[in-house]
Ligand binder design. Structure first.
Ligand code: UGA
Length: 438
């Protein structure tokens, strides 16, 4: 199959490279010519484990190319995937579809012969229909079908998620388009991946419902963690105790400082907005949005309380700034709320993050950056873990203790063992874990 990928951002690039790995001929395009030039040289615009090798291998094999021109890529394609950004529109929380519709207008002009136009970007229900209308209006004779094929990729594990998905959801309404899409995903038949063929609206809703459900699950366990802290229970045992019930499932029950990233915050907002528009309010999701954003703010208060009510004049070592591990993405990261609140309370912040410091430096003024986790701990009055990078789990607590001015840790990701840390002489506080009984 010949595939054109419109947009070489996170989703476009990962999907394009993985489709090439499936054996298809893929051309990825992007408006940003500088990005295309760098990609041709094998330079990745984002940090994603394994992506650089996948891209360069497939370029070398002649299956993956990068172009600045949409026309040529679309004219020769069996399927055109729209993978441009859909940020939150300023003011109302709705997804900004201007990039999607601008790409659609260009695609409409470039289509030659039967083409399946696929929305891969996360788009609110009704967008697929609108894409079809735009193309039909611009080129009434165009032979095409529209399809919705949402992605379920986690940053940091995107390639694995693409190559071994739990399922593929495809909203199509003609046999011909269904055959093209089935052909594109045929390599996944070998691992018996479930394919959910449905209509376009259902596929669009499925994407939002999936993310909103996961965001709800996290928010639920975060509130249970608050309860556990008050009553001396351990949230991890609760999560295990409920998660072993197959109806609940164990994943996404890890408590923390609140969910962030480019997807959950944006998609829950957009779902709530769309639902209100059609008078089917998603009040659970609205609550989740509310609870999560106030949780991120409350985390700074937790640190301040732990330090006896004030952090004024203290040096706080911060471990991790990105919204989760294995990414350089800072979008809606809890650190964006926590760090400025601690600074406003008079603390000096010395932070280390394996991938996120460049971006964090742009987004949060006034942080001093350390070259290693130990350096961030050096001279600190308290250490705050905000992101669960693997390398933090292996830190030697004794070395941390020696480096710190006071051995105190607020572990917002529960990466350390409370008993062990307290045994070594740390004042330690995690999330949803019992405090020592006096
Ligand atoms: C999420 C979904 O997991 C993907 O399936 C989806 O395709 C993607 O959004 C998207 O819509 O594009 P992602 O945002 O990369 O992926 O990250 P997640 O691993 O889902 O984490 C989201 C946030 O929830 C992070 O801040 C993470 O720290 C937090 N989280 C996750 C928890 O606090 N606890 C958990 O148990 C799991």
């Amino acid at each position: 199959m010949r595939i054109a990928m419109i947009g070489s951002g996170y989703v476009g690039l990962v999907s394009g490279a993985c489709f090439a790995q499936f054996g298809h001929d893929v051309v990825c395009v992007d408006k940003d010519e500088g990005k295309i030039a760098r990609l041709r040289k094998g330079e990745m615009p984002i940090y994603e484990p394994g992506l650089d090798k996948l891209v360069t291998d497939n370029m070398r094999a002649g299956r993956l190319a990068f172009g600045a021109g949409l026309d040529e890529a679309v004219a020769g394609a069996d399927a055109v995937f729209i993978a441009v950004g859909t940020p939150t529109r300023r003011g109302d929380g709705h997804a900004d579809l201007s990039y999607v519709y601008a790409a659609t207008a260009e695609i409409a002009d470039a289509i030659r012969g039967y083409t399946v136009v696929v929305t891969k970007s996360t788009v609110p229900v009704g967008t697929g229909r609108e894409v079809a209308r735009i193309i039909r209006e611009a080129q009434p004779a165009a032979e095409f079908d529209v399809c919705s094929n949402p992605e379920f990729l986690r940053e940091g594990a995107a390639i694995e998620d693409f190559m071994k998905p739990d399922r593929v959801v495809i909203g199509v309404e003609s046999e011909r388009a269904r055959d093209v899409m089935a052909g594109i995903y045929r390599p996944l038949n070998l691992i018996q991946t479930p394919m959910v063929f449905t209509n376009i609206e259902t596929a669009e809703v499925t994407k939002y419902a999936g993310n909103a459900f996961l965001a709800t699950k996290i928010t639920f366990i975060n509130e249970i963690a608050d309860l556990c802290e008050k009553v001396g229970a351990d949230v991890h045992d609760v999560a295990r105790g409920i998660g072993l019930d197959g109806r609940i499932g164990r994943k996404f029950l890890h408590p923390g400082p609140g969910f962030g990233g480019s997807c959950f915050p944006k998609d829950t907002l957009a779902l709530a907005y769309t639902a209100r528009e059609v008078d089917a309010p998603q009040t659970i999701v609205e609550q989740v949005i509310e609870i999560n954003s106030s949780r991120k703010k409350k985390m700074a208060r937790k640190v301040i309380d732990f330090c006896g009510g004030s952090v004024s004049g203290l040096t706080i070592g911060v471990l991790g700034l990105t919204f989760k591990a294995n990414t350089d993405d800072m979008r809606d990261a809890p650190s964006l709320d926590i760090v400025p609140a601690l600074q406003a309370a008079g603390a000096r912040i010395v932070a280390f993050d394996p991938e996120g410091m460049t971006e964090a430096g742009r987004m949060i003024p006034g942080i001093a950056f350390a070259k290693t986790a130990y350096e961030a701990a050096t001279g600190a009055d308290v250490l705050v873990v905000i992101t669960e990078w693997h390398e933090f789990r292996g830190l030697d607590p004794r070395r941390l203790k020696e480096a710190m001015r006071k051995p105190r840790i607020v572990d917002l990701r529960n990466i350390f063992d409370p008993e062990e840390m307290r045994g070594l002489g740390f004042a330690y506080e995690g999330v949803g874990r019992p405090k020592p009984r006096n």
